[in-house]
Design a protein around this ligand. Structure first.
Ligand code: ADP
Length: 486
């Protein structure tokens, strides 16, 4: 790894607590970070537990008030400096990301710039946390609303976007005047640590951003939810773990930001621009090898275009290049773990047993390891597992539908409500369908919806809160009302 980097110092095998790089855990235990493309060990990190989590929380607690007392402009300057460093080091950050997570290098670079865009955006927003004045309810009363940072924020993030998922939380928290303790996924902690190093170089004071490295996520999660100094927990990951954290946080009525699982429908109506719909399906389904919470998980194709859509999609999918993310031209890397490969296999086996057909792919790739063939299934129905559960892999299941009413019902028939997509050229239908879909986000004639300027988030069991946009900073702010008798 080091030989690929211009700045090898960005690869860090220590945790960050109170501005100090910590190379040993209290227990002396360590864990390995491996490259999913070949299984090689790329770093060995201290495996921390609750006590270290508590220490990091103390550090954040001590540092936070001072940070909050700075002007928005001062906090903005630190975030701007960090943004510039992320962009200047984007190639190295991307290489670290590909090495620990497996995605193709071009996608990794895209993620770094995407993560950086949140740092830039929320730096700008730091200056615009406006309060309010409200006409008094009595002649001698004046009402003023001020906004203050929530305080110490704990963050737990997944492996699929090791940089961006953290940047989306870190940036608004720091901009608002909070301090953060973060636990990245044990599969991909290096991206979080390099971000922390750059934040330090950008002038962020000690204790404002702490990173705990650990495989014992349930103990760390307990500390994060039970420690009274933590005022908010922000989590991106599975709905199952989100429920555990919500339950744990309920003891102290903890504020929660939850970005949980999705089961995105991708609907193609007969009147769609079919080429655009196929393009959209490719990016929505196969980006990050199908391992995103907004990936199209159920493709509903209207009967009139079903065969034509399937044919064109299969052609594109068959042309995808699977391999090590560092290889030129590769657009599908390995899956993250053996368990991820098994889940994909299980979904395909269940679907084919119940009558679905494999149109392309369908099995582990001949390269072996964690590589899997990009797959399209036709003849998929609501009775199959793939209709209900997030596959998190490179499998596009094609469902057939007849009417608009029918597809809305099918699309909404899930406990999830994160992203949804549809293709149509009929403007009345576009508004009807967009309003009827029970999702936090709707992509219309596009398969790519993520941007720092828009509110990302879900409804139902896909979570609560929004990341990005003018709404995003609200999640890290408390409203205080001052009633003044004059
Ligand atoms: P994924 O399937 O994406 O790995 P998870 O929800 O299992 O989703 O993991 C997301 C993050 O949550 C990771 O950082 C993981 O270590 C952490 N995590 C897993 N289980 C728990 C738990 N019981 N308490 C707190 N964090 C957890």
């Amino acid at each position: 790894l080091l030989s690929r980097l211009k700045s090898p110092s960005l690869v860090i095998d220590r945790a960050l607590i109170a501005g100090e790089w910590v190379d040993k855990s209290d227990s002396g235990r360590t864990f390995e970070v491996t490259n999913p493309a070949d299984g090689e060990v790329i770093a060995v990190l201290p495996d921390m537990s609750r006590a270290e989590g508590a220490r990091a929380i103390d550090a954040a607690y001590k540092a936070q008030k001072q940070w909050a007392s700075k002007t928005g402009k001062e906090r903005a300057a630190a975030l701007r400096a960090l943004y510039d460093l992320m962009v200047a080091n984007a190639d190295d950050l991307a290489a670290i990301l590909t090495m620990e997570m497996g995605k193709p290098l071009a996608e990794a670079k895209g993620e770094i710039l995407y993560g950086a865009s949140y740092v830039e955006w929320f730096g700008e927003e730091a200056k615009r946390v406006y309060g309010d004045t409200i006409p008094g309810h009595q002649q001698d009363k004046r009402i003023i609303v001020i906004k203050q940072p929530v305080g110490v924020v704990a963050s737990i993030t997944p492996w699929n976007f090791p940089n961006a998922m953290l940047a989306r939380k870190f940036a608004p928290a720091i901009a608002a005047g909070c301090a953060m303790v973060s636990k990245p996924a044990a599969e991909t902690p290096l991206s979080a640590l390099s971000l922390a190093l750059l934040a330090q170089r950008a002038g962020l004071p000690a204790g404002i951003f702490n990173v705990i490295t650990s495989t014992d996520s349930s103990s760390i999660g307990k500390e994060f939810t039970e420690n009274g100094k933590v005022r908010k927990l922000t989590f991106t990951g599975s709905t199952g773990v989100g429920k555990i954290l919500m339950r744990q946080g309920s003891e102290q009525i903890m504020k929660l930001g939850l970005e949980l699982g999705g089961n995105a429908p991708f609907i193609v109506f007969d009147d769609a621009d079919l080429d655009a719909a196929v393009e959209g399906a490719m990016v929505s389904k196969y980006r990050n090898n199908g391992q995103t919470c907004v990936c199209a998980n159920r493709l509903y194709i209207q009967a009139g275009v079903y065969d034509a859509f399937a044919r064109r999609l299969v052609e594109k999918v068959a042309a995808m290049k699977v391999g090590d993310g560092f290889e030129a031209g590769v657009n599908a890397g390995p899956l993250i773990t053996r368990a991820a490969v098994e889940k994909v296999e299980e979904h395909i086996a269940d679907a084919t047993e119940k009558g679905a057909k494999v149109a392309v792919g369908g099995k582990p790739h001949e390269k072996g390891g964690l590589f899997f063939e990009p797959t399209v299934l036709t003849g998929v129905t609501a009775q199959m597992k793939i209709a209900r559960e997030e596959t998190f892999g490179p499998v596009a299941p094609l469902f057939r539908f007849e009417t608009e009413e029918q597809v809305i019902e099918m699309a909404n028939d899930t406990e999830f409500g994160l992203a949804s997509y549809f293709y149509s050229k009929d403007v009345s239908k576009i508004f009807r369908v967009a309003e009827a879909l029970e999702y936090g986000m709707v992509g219309i004639n596009t398969g790519l919806i993520s941007t720092e300027v828009a509110p990302f988030g879900g409804i139902k069991q896909s979570g609560q809160g929004r990341e990005g946009s003018k709404y995003g900073i609200e999640d890290y702010i408390e409203i205080k009302y001052l009633c003044l008798n004059v």
